[in-house]
Design a protein around this ligand. Sequence first.
Ligand SMILES: [Zn+2]
Length: 247
Amino acid sequence: MAQQIDGFELERTMQQLNTAGQLGVRADFKPELFDKAIYQKGYRILWEQAMFCSCYRGTSGQPDYNCPSCYGKGYIYFDPKEIRAVVTSINGHKEQINVGLYDMGTAYLTPRSTDNIGFRDRFTFMDFTTKFSEVIVRDSGNQFINTDNLRYKALDMYMVRVLDTVYMRGKDFDLSKDGKQMVWNTNVPSGTMYSVLYSTNPVYVAMGPIHELRGSYSMLKAHGLESFYQFPKQYQIKREDFLTPNE
Ligand SMILES: [Zn+2]
């Protein structure tokens, strides 16, 4: 018999998850149903796993800001994979929030039980856009290159300026095909600082699990055997661009 998944089922299982810490093993918790609900109701997310870059110095807690591998972030990201996950706000834990509009910067993410999320993993929300602004130093590397790297992939560029001077897309500059670089068509002197405002997919990082329950025994009624399954985890996530240098 096909089991119906609806918003109520997801809400019920989310509530189970939120009370799991106090109640211990839940006999009525069905991981397959939960995973199915997450898949059907969850957002499309590009998930990248994180690990320390070897430039990171545990004693000082500082990465090498000139590191050619992590660019001073201290973490390296690998194995991008599209997953589905449900995201809820700090208050309530029940209804999904609109990630693109939720600019407070902190939320909770629940993936399917098979997706083994780790500390500092990165999530790009593919169904949402947000605005991002940064200051870039023109030509900070090789003076013969007419491109500068953007921190995030630009979906659209709204404004590029040096103080009061505005540069026009299609005339003064273009975006690279992958949206990750500014391509200059006009001569902006090396070392010039310019600011950009563009739209991008919001990027969050996992700060830590909020339910430490690692697994649960479930009685298989048909056989009377105990089987071990991984209990779904919830992670606190934070907007990457809102992280303070010490986080
Ligand atoms: Zn590094």
